[in-house]
Design a protein around this ligand. Structure first.
Ligand SMILES: NC(=O)C1=CN([C@@H]2O[C@H](COP(=O)(O)OP(=O)(O)OC[C@H]3O[C@@H](n4cnc5c(N)ncnc54)[C@H](OP(=O)(O)O)[C@@H]3O)[C@@H](O)[C@H]2O)C=CC1
Ligand SMILES: O=C(CO)COP(=O)(O)O
Length: 331
């Protein structure tokens, strides 16, 4: 672990706040950056993030700040902004700790960059790791048992620094060196969770949902292998684990978005006045584009793009079902 300073968490949405609370659960000092100085002040005063995680009482050793420069002093930094804003937030930091642990799940829509590419461009001297798995924020904040992939670009040496800083009695990271695999898994599963929500919203049954998870996983494997992810990673916590979690629960914002669309609401209606992020909606179009450029078949991802574009959910399902019969192993 890098010497000195608190552990930093960049982003005080639900996940950043939950991670901060988990890290502070053993009395360690944690510095939490909120974009809004008012929210930082309220968190320090009330020991609660009323906007994003209202039910969790936050440990005393968390100090929230609206001063992003103060995050440069942290011994390591967990980056927990929405994927589309990671680049703009990181470029506001004057300097960086040795280790950046990326916790956002998505692909940068404007450029097609994965989060590690965004972070490397901003902080070329830092070592990048990715923390991703089946982890609803409210459960982690409540101290419920959680296992997660910690993929370290710096290999076991970086793991030896980070694992003791991140692991707690109920929060259990597993080592990987497959950064791209962990990133693909988290980005793709959010899109698939929207599709599974639609199945739920249209009341198409549990068989359909299980089929969609399995065929969606096949899409994740095809895309992942094309960009250098290992199958093992995609079968693990950050891949299959997170797919199962978010494709089966209305606690997932992505699943809930798909469900609302399946029930007949428009995207505008669902997103109106909403503070929280549904990453799959931002990632789906760029993922479909990247897949097309690479010649990778991702019909479920394309269906989600059509849905977000306003196409009738029942028509999209009918089109998916009408495709030619093929081998389960077809590429
Ligand atoms: N919630 C969860 O259970 C999990 C989430 N994640 C991932 O963590 C990442 C963050 O999600 P989460 O914490 O849930 O976020 P939330 O949906 O809880 O909150 C949205 C966050 O985005 C911030 N934000 C909005 N606009 C901007 C902007 N222009 N620049 C910078 N920040 C902005 C908000 O700050 P402000 O209040 O200032 O607008 C707020 O902190 C996502 O990639 C998500 O996929 C991963 C695992 C679990
Ligand atoms: O990534 C998550 C759990 O692992 C959270 O999923 P949602 O963003 O869909 O709520």
């Amino acid at each position: 672990m890098s010497d000195g300073g608190p552990i930093g968490v960049l982003g005080a949405g639900a996940w950043g706040t939950a991670l901060a609370n988990m890290l502070a659960s053993d009395g360690r000092d944690v510095r939490l950056w909120a974009r809004s100085a008012d929210l930082a002040e309220t968190i320090n005063r009330e020991r609660r993030n009323e906007h994003y995680l209202p039910d969790a009482e936050l440990h005393e050793t968390i100090t929230a700040t609206g001063d992003i420069a103060a995050m440069s002093e942290c011994c390591a930094l967990l980056v927990v902004t929405p994927a589309q804003h990671m680049g703009s937030v990181l470029t506001q930091m004057p300097s960086f700790p040795r280790d950046l642990v990326l916790c956002s799940k998505g692909i940068e829509a404007a450029t097609g960059r994965m989060m590690n590419e965004v972070a490397r461009a901003a902080a070329p001297d830092s070592a990048i790791a990715v923390l991703s798995g089946p982890t609803f924020a409210h459960e982690v904040a409540a101290g419920l048992p959680t296992a997660i992939t910690l993929a370290c670009s710096g290999g076991e040496e970086q793991w030896d620094r980070l694992a003791p800083a991140i692991a707690r009695s109920t929060f259990r990271p597993y080592y990987s060196d497959d950064v791209i695999g962990a990133e693909v898994a988290g980005a793709v599963k959010n899109v698939l969770a929207i599709a599974c929500g639609v199945v739920n919203g249209l009341a198409l049954g549990q068989n359909a949902r299980a089929s969609l998870i399995a065929r969606g996983y096949a899409e994740m494997l095809r895309f992942g292998e094309a960009v250098g992810a290992s199958r093992e990673t995609l079968a693990g916590l950050c891949g299959m684990g997170d797919l199962v979690l978010t494709c089966t629960s209305t606690a997932s914002r992505n699943f809930a978005l798909g469900k609302a669309l399946g029930e007949g609401q428009s995207l505008g209606e669902v997103m109106h006045g909403r503070r929280t992020v549904a990453e799959g909606a931002h990632t789906a179009p760029i993922l479909a584009q990247l897949a097309q450029e690479k010649g990778i078949s991702m019909p479920i991802v394309r269906a989600v793009v059509a849905l977000l574009g306003g196409k009738e959910p029942r028509d999209i399902v009918a089109q998916l079902l009408a495709r030619p019969l093929t081998s389960e192993a077809a590429l």
